[in-house]
Write a protein of this length. Structure first.
Length: 450
């Protein structure tokens, strides 16, 4: 028999909720609540907090809409619930479990069962398969829609550097099992607390360096590009150690103030309404910073105009053909420039999740890759099959063993516990090992010395 778990802990996260304004008894078919805003017929609701005893998932009535302070249910309650219990609107009420021969193979549905909201996970015991990979996804039985599938969960033992394997080894090391105060949710939180502690220790984690990551491709006139979603600190360049276009040399970092100086006197906006070749007027997002007449550059096209209606963002008097005309279609949201000098950027700055170049990129570099070298952040777990990237992941077994003992015995002192002391020693050794074989090189940024 193999036990598979579907996580419940995110079911109510960020969801609309209200409170019971009166006690409700088991077998009741209506709820009296503080507010019915957002509640309607055919909704899945959760009464209580995930993981707590008597929490239950139920549906609102299919035809009797909430009114006043009353929500009518589609069926009778299983448990009684006291006043001030939270009532959430959630997306899912069932879990579907499947098996596949390989991690990417065709999935065969084993069963679909009701979610078990009084636990952090919904549990299913499979007695049919003895190999392959398991998957689960959540289901809304009212709308017949599904969540995305979980990561593949192997029938055989997890690799040593996966989340589940580390949790299992910690439990086995002190002869404990999941149950009572020791839940998968608790162990997950402890594991990520330890990983954050290690990740945020002084120095950089060399195994989280990403080299030659392709940010995207150059388009004519582009002046910014989004940073990688896993960049450590999305608003500064302190974790970027290389940025270049194609085979060009790395750009140099400079400040937002210096960037502002480079764009002084340069007008910029975007296309609001897609433009068609031959159009004699073009609608932009904002033309208030543009001259009353003149020209704008959009991609590789220079378009002239004789009138600027700032209130509507419209440039008029565009020739229908010839010099200054729109010669090819232009998509909405394309960058529009006035008095800008295109070229190859030599400098960049970072803020608000974007890298900004010191000038718009010219057509000479169109379609070339934009490469970045950077430090990745610590990504949160979303599956027990997730693989930890730390080379010395065994240290987390000691940490979890200590946290399990501490959970069951709050008076246990860290410095008196062998697992805690082992965790501290292993973490220190792991940090020291990061610098073995590392070289530090200084390259003078003075042209006549290079």
């Amino acid at each position: 028999m193999k036990t598979i778990y579907a996580e419940n802990k995110g079911l109510t996260r960020g969801k609309k909720f209200t409170y019971l304004s009166a006690d409700v008894s088991a077998a009741g078919t209506t709820l009296t609540v503080q507010s019915i805003v957002g509640f309607a017929i055919n909704k899945v609701i959760c009464i209580g907090e995930i993981g707590q005893e008597k929490t239950e998932i139920i549906k609102t009535h299919a035809s009797t809409a909430p009114t006043g302070s009353t929500i009518t249910l589609a069926s009778a309650l299983t448990f009684d619930h006291p006043q001030d219990t939270k009532v959430y609107i959630i997306d899912w009420d069932q879990a579907e479990f499947s098996n596949a021969t390989t991690a990417t193979g065709t999935k065969t549905v084993m069963t679909t069962i009701a979610l078990q909201p009084d636990h952090d996970e919904t549990q299913y015991d499979d007695t049919t398969y003895e190999s392959g990979y398991y998957f689960y996804r959540l289901k809304n039985t009212i709308l017949t829609i599904y969540s995305t599938y979980s990561d593949p969960l192997p029938y055989d033992d997890y690799d040593d550097n996966t989340v589940m394997a580390i949790k299992q080894r910690a439990l086995e090391s002190i002869n404990e099992d999941i149950g009572g105060v020791i839940t998968h949710n608790f162990l997950d939180k402890c594991l990520w607390q330890a990983r954050r502690e290690y990740h945020n220790s002084p120095g950089k984690r060399p195994f989280r360096r990403a080299y030659n990551y392709d940010l995207g491709n150059v388009t004519t006139g582009m002046y910014r590009i989004a940073v990688p979603t896993d960049l450590q600190d999305q608003n500064t360049a302190k974790n970027i150690f290389g940025l270049r276009i194609g085979t060009e040399e790395n750009m140099k970092y400079y400040t937002k103030k210096e960037w502002d100086r480079d764009y002084q006197g340069v007008g910029h906006t975007t296309v609001d309404t897609a433009i068609t070749a031959g159009d004699t007027s073009i609608v932009l997002t904002d033309t208030r910073d543009f001259d009353e007449s003149g020209s704008v550059t959009i991609g590789s096209q220079t378009i002239t105009y004789t009138g600027n209606t700032e209130s509507t963002g419209t440039l008029t008097g565009v020739p229908a053909s010839g010099d200054g005309a729109v010669t090819s279609n232009i998509d909405a949201d394309t960058d529009v420039w006035q008095d800008a000098s295109f070229g190859l950027p030599q400098y960049y700055t970072v803020w608000g999740g974007y890298i900004y170049f010191e000038r718009p990129v010219s057509s000479d570099y169109v379609d070339q890759n934009i490469w970045i070298d950077y430090y990745q952040t610590l990504l949160e777990k979303d599956s027990d099959a997730d693989v930890l990237d730390e080379p010395d992941y065994d240290m987390y077994v000691s940490y979890l063993s200590w946290r399990i003992k501490k959970k069951k015995n709050p008076d246990l002192l860290a410095m008196q516990d062998t697992d805690y002391l082992e965790w501290m020693q292993k973490k220190t050794t792991a940090l020291q090992n990061e610098y073995i074989g590392e070289e530090i090189a200084f390259i003078p940024d003075i042209e006549h010395l290079l």
